[in-house]
Design a protein around this ligand. Structure first.
Ligand code: KG4
Ligand code: ZN
Length: 378
């Protein structure tokens, strides 16, 4: 089975071609078109700019991914008769794809997978509209995918199977969730952020410190410098660390950074030693709370597998702490820590999740759902 997967839930336009043969899943072609430069001036993702970028990037990314997978051929595909059904002034893809399919054909695709939620509504709809139009041209069904489940299901690329129950920590720019997984079809939300996501905290504090977007990698780079010089004189709070539940809160951390920054004189605010120390403490505080609650969930639910995912789990300090946790306390538990390219948003994970998803033949039925939950059917 070959799946063409589409991801547009936030600010990355991603396309991947996934092949499932027997029980093995492999990537034949994958493209992630980042919009970081576009959103830098806002210090975060600007939804309508993101939508416009997706509209611009989806077809070029599809061309590149299908070419890499060697399924793009010169040719011509007739415009499907039912294309008007999904054609509206807001859907630019019938026109774009008509021009594309006058020159090309895409072979061997058995299904089109697309993220339907959670995420930014206008971005999700752009992906869904593209999937619907493409699916009609390819005469293929659509497999709708939950973005957070896809982060978790990235482990399907591994040869090793998870043992259940499993506990997953998904931390990204839009989400911070602890999930209990009893089987491949039973996901239970243990806790989530009550305000900002962990990645959002990195992004917003980086903006306070003038470090640019995305904040996570920028903070990590500065923090490494402070560690190198052994500088640590700043203390930030660990919000909700000791609460009995599995919820998180990161907006207080952001406010603490802002107040500390504003209390300093102009010279200190620009001082490299101050910025690097603050970056280090932001990284320590965030990863400390994430790890503490993850450890509690592993113990309380007697997890046999631990899964990490989302952009924040690309953080090297967090990854080191996770590995230490395993070596020190959970040697007999499986830990699935994806490679960096599978931590941040990508379409490979959407394709992998689709291998166990449901094919919908009537593609018009597919709808975006910005508030899709981990326990929803899809
Ligand atoms: O999963 P992702 O690519 O997109 C969302 O669904 O949000 O995650 C992006 C988030 C951003 O907030 C970014 O600052 C953060 O992940 N991030 C990191 C690192 N790399 C990306 N945070 C901390 N350390 C990193 N190395
Ligand atoms: Zn994500």
């Amino acid at each position: 089975m070959i799946i063409l997967a589409i991801e547009t839930s936030c600010d990355d336009t991603a396309i991947a071609i996934i092949e499932k043969k027997n029980k093995n899943i492999k990537t034949l072609g994958s493209v992630v078109s980042s919009q970081d430069k576009v959103h830098e001036k806002w210090g975060g993702v600007h939804p309508s700019e993101a939508k416009r970028e997706h509209e611009k990037n989806l077809l070029p990314a599809t061309e590149e991914a299908t070419r890499k997978a060697r399924i793009l051929k010169k040719g011509k595909v007739e415009t499907p008769k039912n294309i008007e059904n999904i054609s509206s002034p807001k859907n630019p893809f019938p026109k774009k794809l008509r021009i594309f399919f006058e020159k090309y054909k895409i072979e061997k695709v058995d299904a089109v997978a697309v993220t339907i939620g959670p995420g930014l509504e206008p971005c999700l709809w752009t992906g869904v509209n593209f999937a619907q139009t493409l699916a009609l041209y390819l005469k293929a069904p659509i497999i709708p995918v939950n973005h957070i489940k896809a982060h978790i299901l990235s482990f399907l690329f591994k040869e090793e199977n998870p043992d259940f129950p499993a506990v997953a920590l998904i931390a990204s720019g839009g989400h911070t969730e602890l999930v209990l997984i009893k089987s491949l079809s039973e996901f239970i939300l243990l806790g989530e952020t009550r305000d900002d996501a962990a990645g959002e905290c990195f992004d917003k504090t980086a903006r306070v410190l003038g470090l640019g977007y995305p904040g996570g990698p920028a903070i990590a780079k500065k923090a490494a410098k402070a560690r190198h010089k052994n500088l640590f004189t700043i203390n930030l709070p660990r919000p909700m660390k000791y609460t009995k539940n599995y919820d998180f809160s990161f907006s207080g951390l952001k406010t603490a950074v802002l107040y500390d920054f504003l209390s300093r004189d102009k010279k200190t605010q620009k001082d490299e030693n101050y910025i690097t120390q603050m970056a280090r403490e932001i990284e320590e505080a965030t990863t400390d709370v994430l790890l503490f609650k993850l450890e509690k969930a592993i113990k309380n639910y007697k997890a046999k597998t631990v899964i990490l995912g989302g952009g924040v789990t690309a953080n090297k300090v967090l990854r080191k702490k996770v590995k230490k946790l395993q070596i020190n306390f959970f040697k007999n538990i499986k830990f699935f820590l994806p490679p960096i390219s599978l931590c941040t948003d990508n379409a490979q994970m959407i394709g992998a999740a689709a291998t166990i998803g449901e094919k919908i033949k009537d593609v018009k039925k597919i709808k975006a759902n910005a508030n899709l939950k981990i326990y929803d059917k899809i």
